[in-house]
Design a protein around this ligand. Structure first.
Ligand code: 5GP
Ligand code: MN
Length: 345
């Protein structure tokens, strides 16, 4: 890890914040725990310094994350309040983008962000960010999560001065949630710095068990039954490629009272089978007329390349996603073909 990564220079960010009076924080479409965590941690940290901040998302938070932004947080989402979101983006003088590397990841907000005269800052941990779209970029793929990078930035802010206990508890809690969820509860993408950050946050008062219970152990019964159904009846293993895939159809979603976020983590399950190094999870999104693709791999297999090459997406080496514009019946053949081409056999 470079020195710059370990100790981000916060002076340019300080300079931008000091001349801004209307700050907007933004994260990506279908926000996960790291998106919500980095969005709210950044928002609450800046507010604790007296900065006026409006957090914005392209769509609402899934039920299991909704507690992270209660109504009094002022979070606006485009699906619920399109006019208000466009207005705050237009009148912002600073936009801080968190947990994505391309503006297209904000879906409906992309045009408004591009059109806004605000200065733009990126804080992200995906590979190959679109640097030219931002005035200031904090980016490294060497951290577990956007929250881990944001934690380092916050620690380096003058009033925190490297002293973890000076970080407001609610900011620390959001940072912890992002790190916990993006690592699949400290299973993947974890380095010594991740555990150090976790230890420091626990020491300053973050209640790990309470957050783990709220985010990871708070599912509905139909979600659990859907997981059983998918594993028993829908999981296909392709030993020749060390791969597995599952397809969740719109009909099954209806049958199991599916709510956004219910399939979170399912894509990881086949990776616990010996010999499976790559897992794909396809979700039919009938309203949006595409199939959402989630890819995961064990070290040694690059699903970012697979997502970019065959699934109209991207992400990280071991966790990526995208979308396909195909009927679900055609997915098995397409997946097989993509592996054939990707592995060159
Ligand atoms: P997930 O499978 O959890 O939705 O996404 C895994 C990773 O892939 C995340 O880091 C996410 O940012 C990235 N990702 C998911 N969907 C897309 C997509 O449509 N485009 C790009 N570029 N990245 C995606
Ligand atoms: Mn992330």
């Amino acid at each position: 890890m470079t020195k710059e990564t370990a100790f981000p220079d916060t002076a340019p960010l300080e300079a931008l914040i000091s001349v801004s009076s209307r700050v907007v924080t933004i994260s990506h479409f279908r926000p996960d725990g790291d998106a919500a965590g980095s969005l709210m941690a950044c928002t609450l940290f800046l507010r604790s310094r007296g900065v006026e901040v409006t957090p914005v998302l392209p769509c609402p938070l899934a039920d299991y994350l909704a507690f992270m932004a209660p109504p009094q947080s002022g979070l606006l989402d485009f699906e619920t309040s399109p006019d208000a979101v466009e207005a705050v983006i237009k009148s912002a003088d600073l936009i801080i983008c968190l947990d994505f590397n391309r503006l297209s990841r904000t879906e409906y907000l992309e045009d408004a962000i591009r059109a806004s005269k605000a200065r733009k800052v990126l804080i992200d941990h995906h590979v190959a960010p679109d640097r030219e779209d931002f005035d200031l970029v904090y980016s490294t793929a060497e951290v577990s999560s956007a929250c881990e990078l944001l934690y380092r930035i916050i620690l380096n802010m003058p009033e925190i001065g490297g002293e973890v206990s000076r970080i407001p508890l609610e900011v620390a809690e959001h940072l912890y949630i992002g790190m916990m969820t993006d690592t699949n509860n400290f299973a993947n993408s974890v380095s010594p710095s991740t555990f150090r950050m976790a230890a420091d946050l626990l020491e300053m008062g973050v209640d790990k068990n309470a957050l783990q219970f709220k985010v990871l152990n708070n599912h509905t019964e139909p979600r659990m039954r859907l997981m059983g159904h998918l594993l028993k009846d829908k999981m296909n293993v392709l030993p020749q490629y060390g791969a597995a895939f599952m397809i969740l159809t719109a009909d099954e979603k209806q049958e199991y009272s599916f709510r956004p976020g219910d399939a979170e983590g399912f894509v990881n399950l086949p990776l616990s089978i010996a010999g499976v190094n790559l897992s794909a999870f396809f979700t039919e999104c009938r309203d949006e007329e595409y199939v959402r693709v989630s890819l995961r791999s064990r070290p040694g297999t690059d699903v970012n390349a697979l997502a970019r090459g065959w699934y109209n997406g991207g992400g990280h080496i071991n966790a990526a996603g995208g979308r396909l514009f195909l009927p679900t019946e055609e997915i098995p053949a397409y997946f097989l073909k993509s592996l054939e081409e990707y592995f060159g056999k």
